[in-house]
Design a binder for this molecule. Structure first.
Ligand SMILES: Cc1cc2nc3c(=O)[nH]c(=O)nc-3n(C[C@H](O)[C@H](O)[C@H](O)COP(=O)(O)O)c2cc1C
Length: 352
């Protein structure tokens, strides 16, 4: 049984609280069954990716369910897939609070959480429980502990141990809140890292796909160099994008002054542009998961036409509530019909 409180009543209460406290209440509520249930089973929304069938192209992005506590509620809310984590091998508390900030005028968030999570042990227990309960596509987003000086060790340890529970892995090298992490995007670091994680993955039984999650702040030259590495190393997929360090002028000054990664509506164009560019650079040969500022069906459709095979969101759920996956999927079906596409897969990259 699920209990649904309309978001219009819950939102003022939740938004009166510190964002992280509100998030904690949301997670507890979801565990108790306080969430809407939407069954989305239109075959036009099916997508075949990484040897799996995604029932619809709208996923929940990493960071919402860091400890794999609410996989079942998220999938019941109508998301086609969920990406849990970022998980690190050892538990860590992250940066001091407050570390998440909302800008309600522009539907944006700044966070500098720094991968707080319970660590691999509890994550494993949680995901084991859930996997028994339901199918559904689960991506696992892996990161390194702050003190780790050999990043590949952490990524490989997690991939080795968590592979049986992953439909795909995301190697997160783009969070701005772990010192030095984004340097792993540099080609001389990226190639050996991909080789190491792929080798570990190849030794697992189910051999989940390996995706690399990138920042939106890469210069055109960096994008080109990285695309060449990803092609050469035969990566399975790319997630574009993480949060940005940019601070557009439109933001209120006190909000803009907070350190961390900016997400939400203000990121839409930047993430879309970089998705278009990577689709072009990789000649549409490497599947892309598009994320960053997607808050409605039009944003999702545009991202797909720019080259994303499926999309994710996080910040829009903070402002629009838990019916968002249902609403976007419904809107996507109308947009497909309008343009005469028979399925969502047909629309991928058609904006080029
Ligand atoms: C509070 C918060 C925490 C996040 N934590 C993570 C994380 O642990 N790992 C990760 O890869 N991305 C994390 N992200 C980034 C999101 O997954 C996503 O890439 C980014 O927010 C852009 O999408 P959005 O505009 O739909 O939120 C986080 C975002 C927010 C707002």
């Amino acid at each position: 049984m699920t209990l649904n409180i309309p978001f219009k009543y819950a939102k003022p209460v939740l938004h009166a609280l510190d964002p992280e406290a509100a998030h904690g209440i949301g997670i507890k509520g979801m565990k108790m069954g306080f969430h809407p249930t939407h069954k989305i089973d239109d075959p036009r929304l099916n997508t075949m990716l990484f040897r799996q069938i995604f029932s619809n192209p709208v996923g929940l992005a990493a960071g919402f369910d860091k400890n794999a506590e609410v996989i079942a509620p998220i999938l019941k809310m109508g998301f086609g897939f969920t990406e849990v984590g970022t998980v690190t091998p050892l538990p860590q508390i992250g940066n001091p609070r407050p570390r998440v900030f909302r800008d309600t005028a522009n539907d944006c968030v700044i966070n500098r959480m720094g991968f707080p999570n319970y660590g691999y042990g509890i994550f494993l227990k949680n995901i084991q429980k859930t996997k028994k309960l339901m199918g559904g596509i689960i991506g696992i987003n892996v990161g390194m502990n702050k003190e780790q000086t050999e990043p590949a060790e952490d990524y490989c340890a997690l991939i080795k141990r968590l592979a049986p529970f992953a439909d795909y892995f995301t190697v997160n090298i783009s969070s701005p809140n772990t010192p030095g992490l984004r340097n792993l995007q540099a080609p001389e670091n990226l190639s050996p890292l991909i080789q190491a994680v792929k080798k570990t993955r190849d030794e697992t039984e189910n051999k989940p796909a390996i995706l690399i999650k990138l920042a939106p702040d890469l210069t055109p030259q960096e994008q080109e160099e990285i695309a060449n590495v990803l092609i050469d190393e035969k990566i399975d997929g790319i997630i574009l994008t993480n949060t940005t360090l940019a601070r557009p002028d439109i933001l209120p000054q006190n909000f803009a002054n907070e350190k961390g990664g900016l997400s939400g509506a203000i990121l839409t164009k930047k993430s879309n542009d970089i998705t278009r560019n990577f689709y072009k650079l990789t000649k549409g040969q490497i599947p892309i998961i598009g994320v960053g500022g997607i808050s409605n069906a039009e944003d999702a459709y545009e991202r797909i036409k720019s080259g994303a095979s499926v999309i994710q969101l996080y910040t829009a759920m903070i402002f629009k509530g838990p019916d968002i996956a249902k609403d976007i999927n419904k809107g996507l079906l109308s947009l497909l019909e309008k343009d005469g596409f028979k399925s969502i897969q047909e629309a991928v990259g058609k904006g080029h």
